[in-house]
Design a protein around this ligand. Structure first.
Ligand code: VAH
Length: 312
């Protein structure tokens, strides 16, 4: 059985739906502190759970005989800058809960998301390598970098089968993201359809690594299904996808909505974005588990606009 903690979040929602489609609804338990959307809540078992509560998670694991946990709950970069200690505690306590369940052999496999936020201003900005200087300057980035160190430690020391991906900014239409610096690339589509205009909180030249959610979900499942012996990284795999600026994204939207216009009012999230790479090298993921992204910018733009229209 599979448990997804943070199943109602931006990644968790689509990950839960994809895993239910693959393994059967009853075999995938959705856990979150709050209820999710209709499609998620109606398609299989749901348990209200606080990711920082070890006993609550252990009870669910025992009750449903869970053996794989995807821990998708976290406080993202922008919000964690407003509440540093709450962000640190949520992101770390939840990880230790799940790592310790695996150490005690109560579950057999873990997925835990890291982020390109582990990189900082001293990291090479373009085609950022798998192994490089990492001096993150955000609470979220520090928590993800520390989490990666602990994942690798639990694997080396206790044989825990934990797997992780450094997600770029993720773009989806089924669930709104919450508190991320890359969220402009989701908001812009909603406002392009509603108002044909958008005010970007990042400057027009801010290039960031991004990925359409379908690619991110497929990568997650590919990594979790890869043979153990093929994996050479137990901190977290770089995942590249595409890289674009708000201006390039606006141009792509204009090919579908010619009347669309954008303006720029950078806010407190600009320095966060400036500390991150512009593009990521994911050769190791390509080598170890045959990764290849499918959505380029035009294909993602069409998928997002069509997807949002389909939800109306
Ligand atoms: C954020 N969407 O903006 C997340 C992600 C790479 C960015 O970690 O915080």
């Amino acid at each position: 059985k599979i448990l997804i903690i943070g199943a109602c979040g931006q990644i968790g929602t689509e990950l839960t739906l994809a895993l239910r489609a693959k393994h059967g609804n009853e075999n995938v338990i959705a856990g979150d502190i709050r209820e999710g959307g209709e499609e998620l809540m109606k398609s299989g078992p749901f348990e209200q759970v606080d990711a920082t509560n070890y006993k609550a998670i252990e009870d669910i694991v025992m009750h449903y005989e869970v053996d794989h946990i995807y821990l998708m709950a976290a406080m993202l970069s922008a919000t964690a800058e407003k509440f540093p200690m709450r962000g640190w505690n949520l992101n770390m306590d939840s990880l230790f809960n799940v790592l310790n369940l695996a150490k005690d052999k109560k579950i057999s496999k873990i997925f835990w998301p890291s982020s390109i936020a582990v990189f900082g201003p001293t990291t090479p900005k373009n085609d950022t390598p798998q192994t490089t200087v990492m001096e993150p300057t955000t609470v979220y980035g520090i928590s993800k970098q520390t989490g990666e160190r602990w994942c690798e430690y639990y694997h080396q020391k206790y044989g825990v089968d934990v797997r992780s991906i450094r997600y770029p900014g993720l773009i989806s239409y089924k669930t709104l993201p919450g508190g991320g610096t890359t969220d402009y690339a989701v908001e812009i589509f909603h406002e392009a359809l509603e108002k044909q205009e958008y005010t970007s909180f990042l400057s027009e030249t801010t290039a960031l690594p991004m990925m359409f959610m379908d690619d991110a979900i497929r990568a997650t499942i590919s990594l979790m299904e890869a043979p153990n012996e093929n994996l050479t990284v137990r901190s977290s795999y770089n995942l590249g996808g595409i890289s674009f600026t708000p201006k390039q994204l606006a141009e792509s939207i204009k090919t579908e909505i010619p009347s669309f216009s954008i303006n720029y009012e950078p806010d407190f999230r600009q320095p966060i974005a400036d500390s991150w790479p512009s593009s990521i090298n994911d050769e190791q993921a390509q080598k170890d588990w045959d990764w290849k992204h499918e959505y380029d910018l035009p294909k993602m733009t069409k998928a997002m606009l069509n997807g949002l229209e389909s939800l109306k």
